[in-house]
Design a protein around this ligand. Structure first.
Ligand code: FAI
Length: 608
């Protein structure tokens, strides 16, 4: 049954319509253009009155387009098969479009484009055929359907090496595409922009036709070059100017195309999951990552490594070390990233001007002072041996004065050796401060980072899977320090305990921190038993332990003749721990005996 017939309109007479259709049917284009349109049936008079005005307009358009198609030498169905190459360009981001269009035109390509892209090409003096002319359909449904048509997808997907594929194209008057250049609706920037976008606008910014073309071209990369990134235009043109084919080049473009669509879809699904209002971890997760840099090696020289930036919507403007600017120094290594991240995460949690020094992801020196030079010196003093070769982080601007101190300060261990660091990280540098630090050493990496945002999902790899959890965002202000001992802490002791608490959260378990007057005095980290961590922390604090606060990331399983009693005997005046042990009563009794304040936080800060 004939599913579609032209209706007479003001612009198309029945006779010319019939002539056009007969012509179209003869050339086989008729079938390829109209065969799928069961829903729009238009009949000749006397039923003409029942046809809606919209259908008539559309019909008229199609018949006209058909006639244009037939008289358009650029769309000769055999042209591309016979050697005339066609490129399909459909771009939301029209950056460098003129360069691409002119380049392809100079190479003799026939260019087919969607509406906005075609107009932009025409205004750059590039001659172009609109996709509508090819499909004999107007772009419709507000652009939801433009290129979703066999005349487009047949021309992309046909295998040139299969006779029946090429015959099918020929039978239906479809020309092949050799090049497909598409970039997608800017969904990512729209939904992540600071101005709130409505749900409906978000939906309309999901590109459908673009990914379909990209996927089709990437699948058929053996014969179709697919480009999704304006950075690749020059390479594409150079390739086309050359005489050698290169399947590797084609395959790389195809890989990039699939990766591009996968990242795009992951942003769409991430956004949709958020719209559902669910606050559980999603049942499945795709994380788009893009290479920031290839690293010289991983944790050790025999391990290959790279650093990727997380392009999830939740990471847009989320700050952190991945987006830090490196002003100076040797390239960042795998371990540098880990350590810089640990130092930056820690220092960002303090509200007062603070310096944190990290070694192997553990803060070994932390101090807060109005005078940042003082804070820096105290942070070094906490453990000068560990601080040597460490990462120094500040939560305030590095100006000339502090930069000079970082350059000149000598190790408190011998008073002679100038301190050496791998990295300095800060939110800001004064011009002079940066200049001075640059002069400290060629290798010193100087990073400028923005503060991490809270409320993020943290992911970590284990064999065969990933663990996901909320980031540990709690700070002392968010929690209660409940006094469970007979002696209540003085205000300064409570403040010391809160400072120690914030530090201990960033130390690897089992973690113990001794602190006083906004300064870390000692820490024990990563020991498989808490008592050992405690002993290390107390030893580092030395005589200064008297009257200090001690924080433990998790409860003490034993008190008498164990960690709590040793802590009390050392002279600390207050202990902060989560509580929750079956021997909590022992810890309380022990603190009573030694007249030490004991605070239960009911919050644990394991860091494995
Ligand atoms: N619906 C379709 O058939 C369709 N085909 C191509 N697009 C997109 O339209 C954009 C280009 O549109 P224009 O050339 O009109 O500015 C491209 O980002 C392309 O990915 C489409 N739009 C959305 O799905």
């Amino acid at each position: 049954m004939l599913r579609f017939a032209a209706a007479p309109t003001a612009t198309t007479s029945p006779t010319s319509a019939v002539t056009s259709l007969a012509h179209a049917a003869h050339s086989n284009i008729f079938y390829s253009s109209f065969s799928s349109l069961d829903s729009i049936s238009v009949h000749f008079s006397p039923f003409i009155q029942s046809v809606s005005a919209a259908s008539l307009k559309l019909t008229s358009y199609r018949v006209k387009a058909m006639a244009d198609t037939l008289s358009n030498p650029k769309l000769d169905s055999k042209s591309s098969v016979a050697g005339r190459r066609q490129a399909l360009i459909s771009l939301s981001d029209k950056n460098d479009l003129a360069l691409l269009g002119r380049g392809l035109q100079d190479l003799g390509f026939t260019i087919v484009s969607t509406g906005g892209t075609a107009s932009a090409l025409e205004s750059s003096g590039v001659s172009v055929t609109k996709v509508e002319e090819l499909t004999s359909f107007p772009e419709m449904l507000d652009g939801r359907v433009k290129t979703l048509h066999p005349s487009v997808h047949g021309g992309i997907l046909a295998r040139r090496d299969l006779k029946h594929h090429m015959e099918a194209l020929e039978n239906h008057g479809i020309g092949t595409f050799d090049v497909v250049v598409v970039n997608l609706y800017p969904f990512y920037s729209k939904v992540s922009s600071s101005s709130k976008i409505s749900f409906e606008d978000g939906i309309e910014n999901i590109d459908i036709g673009g990914p379909a073309m990209i996927r089709a071209a990437a699948k058929n990369h053996k014969d179709v070059l697919v480009v999704v990134d304006s950075e690749d235009y020059t390479a594409l043109l150079e390739f086309l100017r050359g005489t050698q084919d290169d399947q590797q080049f084609r395959m790389r473009l195809a890989w990039k195309a699939f990766q591009h669509v996968a990242s795009y879809d992951s942003a769409v699904s991430e956004w949709l999951w958020k719209q559902t209002g669910e606050d559980k971890c999603p049942p499945s997760l795709t994380v788009p990552l893009s290479l920031k840099s290839s690293l010289r090696y991983g944790e050790n020289p025999h391990q290959k490594a790279a650093f990727y930036v997380d392009r999830s919507l939740s990471e847009v403007n989320a700050g952190g070390i991945a987006t830090a600017i490196q002003h100076h120094g040797k390239e960042m290594s795998y371990n540098n990233y880990l350590d810089a991240d640990a130092a930056w995460n820690c220092v960002c949690e303090f509200s007062k001007p603070t310096c944190v020094i990290v070694k192997h992801t553990n803060p070994c020196g932390v101090a807060s002072r109005e005078n940042i030079i003082e804070a820096y010196r105290l942070a070094v003093k906490a453990d000068p041996v560990s601080a040597f070769g460490g990462i120094v982080a500040f939560n305030v601007e590095v100006d000339e004065a502090i930069a000079k101190d970082i350059r000149e300060f000598r190790s408190p261990t011998d008073g002679e050796t100038r301190m050496f660091y791998e990295i300095v990280v800060a939110p800001k540098y004064s011009k002079k401060g940066l200049e001075i630090l640059r002069g400290k050493s060629k290798t010193l990496r100087i990073l400028e980072a923005t503060k991490n945002s809270k409320g993020k999902l943290s992911l970590r790899q284990v064999g065969g899977g990933w663990l996901a959890q909320d980031a540990d965002d709690l700070i002392p202000e968010d929690i209660q320090f409940n006094v469970v001992s007979s002696k209540a802490p003085q205000e300064s002791e409570l403040s010391d305990a809160q400072f120690a608490w914030l530090c201990v959260k960033h130390v690897k378990s089992n973690a113990i921190v001794v602190a006083k007057n906004n300064c870390m005095l000692g820490m024990g980290s990563g020991q498989p038993n808490r008592l050992e961590s405690l002993r290390i922390a107390l030893r580092k604090a030395g005589n200064e332990v008297k009257g200090a606060a001690l924080a433990s990331d998790a409860f003490f399983p034993f008190a008498w003749n164990d960690a709590v009693e040793e802590a009390c005997q050392s002279g600390v005046s207050v202990i902060a721990e989560p509580g929750g042990s079956i021997r909590d009563a022992d810890a309380i009794d022990c603190c009573k005996k030694y007249e030490v304040s004991l605070l239960f936080t009911n919050v644990r800060h394991f860091r494995h």
